[in-house]
Each structure stands twice: as C-alpha cells, then as structure tokens.
Write a protein that binds this ligand. Structure first.
Ligand code: NAD
Ligand code: FES
Length: 283
C-alpha cells in the first residue's frame, strides 16, 4: 500500500499528490512514470512522475480528473492508501548539454515537462519554457518552472493570462524573433505535439515528444501502448515514452486515442446510469 501524504488542487480539475513511495523516489528520473491501481478491481493507469524527494522517500503526481480511475483518485485524500504503485517505468529522458532548448507544455503536460526543465537547467542548457493552457485557472507550476528557466512564456486560449493563442504561437514567435533553438521538448495533447513537430521539422530543430497512450501492464506485455515510430512499431511503456517527434506517426496515434476515448465515454455513461444519474447531474 502507498499512502497519500498530501493532496491539493494544482489547477482546475487537476490534483497534486505527494505519495510515500521510497523505492520509486530513490530511482526516479525525468520522463519516467508509474502505473497505479487504486483497489483490487481497479484498472491500471500510467501517471508521469512530476517530482520526487529521495530523502523523504516521496514522489509527486499531478493528475487531471478526466477518466473513471482519475475521478476516483480525485475523491481520495491525504491519509488514504493506493493499493499498487509500480515504477519507475519507461526510459529516462536523455538530457545533455546542447545549447538553447525550448521546453513546451500544453495543459497537464506541464507536470511532465517540469522535471525535464529542471534537468536541462542542471546540465547547463539555456532553457526557454513555453506553456499553453485553456485559461488562467488551468495554469500551474509557473513559479517552479521559472526557478529553472531563463524565460517562461505563457499563452492561454482565451487570453486570460499571458498572450492569447496556442502554445505553438509562442514557438512561431520565438523562431520569428531569430532565437536559435538547438532542441525542443514537447509534452501535451497529441494535436499540440503534432503541431509543434510540424513547425520544428520545417526549421530542422531536433524535437522530443513524451507520449501518453493508454497502457495496461506498463511492462511491454500487452501491446496497448504501441505506436509507429519511423518504420518500426514501438511500445511507449518500454521503448518510450519519449520519441523523436519527427518519426512519430501522429495520425495513427490520434486514431487509437480516439477509439479509447470513446470507450471511456461509454464506461462513464454506464457508470452514470448505474449511479442513477440521468445525465443532467454533475457527477
Ligand atoms: P488542453 O486541451 O487544455 O490543451 C492545452 C494547450 O495545448 C492549449 O491551451 C494549447 O496551447 C495547446 N494545444 C492544444 N491543441 C493544440 C493544437 N491543435 N495546436 C497547437 N496547440 C495546441 O490540454 P489538457 O486538457 O491539459 O490535456 C488534454 C490531453 O492531453 C489529454 O487527453 C491527456 O491524455 C493528454 N496528455 C498528454 C500528456 C503526454 O504525456 N503527452 C500529458 C498530459 C496530458
Ligand atoms: Fe502493455 Fe505497453 S502498456 S505493452
């Protein structure tokens, strides 16, 4: 069992958990994730490790309450226990001194980019952090990111904070201003990572994306997380989750994610019916 030590709201519908997991904290690296299961009959879900404290033996997870299990997790509080927590899984991000790096996050992808921003800073890269969110209330980790960035630029879809537009508008602007980028790291919704990849491909800038498909076992056994990268089929859980963006087949990744999203809607509807909800309530 893994005890939740702290829980608070990071942003709208996004929760931050500090969890006692000493063995995971000891080995966690940027880019890695855990697979957790809340109870005996629960599904296994992957969640990126956003931070860790090796001495305290804790890890920090940032979770958007969007699916069945993440909504159950949102109802748990400090003192509650998570049944299983397996990790750290996945290959650590390869972060080396390269010069100027743009770390780009969309929405909850901010939680995943944070340890990468910190590592880029530690190895001596010039770090430009670009954050995109729907609105001010969806933003989080700005101060934490600022501590390890030369600049943090923010865009919101509705203009309620930073400049109005998409995070890719910030990237276009940086490039138009003549900023020479040696590498880009992008984490967020698939269409955002695809859009970033298209821009950087045009400008010949090496780009790494962190993919977040549905996973079942998280250990390379089930095939649920497969993705086409170049001419090969890769498993995100064991070969990734980070890949060369210019090799990723985003179209098939998007199609597969939409199939799973429909299943999630069906399971949510079934759950609402079971709970006596007529669709008008806010359950
Ligand atoms: P969101 O839909 O609120 O988008 C966040 C920001 O991304 C937007 O404000 C915008 O700046 C940018 N963006 C979105 N679509 C874009 C496009 N077509 N072109 C350019 N920029 C675009 O994001 P959210 O609700 O936080 O996350 C939604 C999805 O992201 C979820 O399905 C989740 O599974 C996925 N996700 C992926 C990862 C990952 O590891 N890759 C991490 C977290 C979440
Ligand atoms: Fe099963 Fe990756 S989650 S192979």
């Amino acid at each position: 069992m893994f005890k939740i030590l702290e829980k608070d709201a990071a942003a709208h519908n996004v929760w931050r958990y500090v969890i006692a997991a000493p063995d995971v904290a000891k080995k966690a690296q940027p880019g890695q994730f855990v697979v957790l299961r809340l109870h005996e009959r629960g599904e296994r879900i992957p969640i990126s490790i956003s931070d860790w404290d090796r001495e305290a033996g804790t890890i920090t997870l940032i979770v958007q309450a969007v699916g069945h299990t993440t909504r159950q997790l949102a109802e748990m509080n400090a003192g509650d226990q998570i049944l299983d927590l397996l990790g750290p899984l996945g290959k650590p991000a390869v972060i080396e001194p390269v010069g100027t790096v743009a770390c780009i996050a969309g929405g909850v992808g901010t939680a995943i980019i944070y340890p990468e921003v910190r590592r880029h800073w530690e190895v001596g890269n010039r770090v430009l952090t670009l954050i995109g969110a729907r609105s001010r209330e969806h933003l989080f980790y700005q101060e934490e990111l600022a501590a390890f960035s030369d600049r943090v630029l923010v865009a919101t879809d509705d203009g309620s904070y930073g400049s109005q537009g998409l995070v890719t508008d910030l990237l276009h602007q940086l490039i138009a201003d003549g900023t020479q980028l040696h590498q880009v790291a992008a984490v967020g919704p698939i269409p955002m990572m695809k859009a970033v990849s298209e821009i950087t491909k045009e400008h010949g800038i090496k780009t790494i994306v962190s993919l977040n498909p549905v996973m079942v076992d998280g250990t390379g056994m089930c095939g649920a997380c497969r993705v086409r990268v170049g001419d090969e089929i890769k498993f995100c859980c064991t070969d990734g989750p980070e890949f060369d963006a210019h090799q990723v087949d985003f179209a098939s990744l998007l199609r597969r994610s939409q199939i799973y999203a429909r299943s999630e809607v069906d399971s949510n509807s079934a759950e609402m019916v079971e709970a006596g909800c007529d669709g008008q309530c806010h359950k």
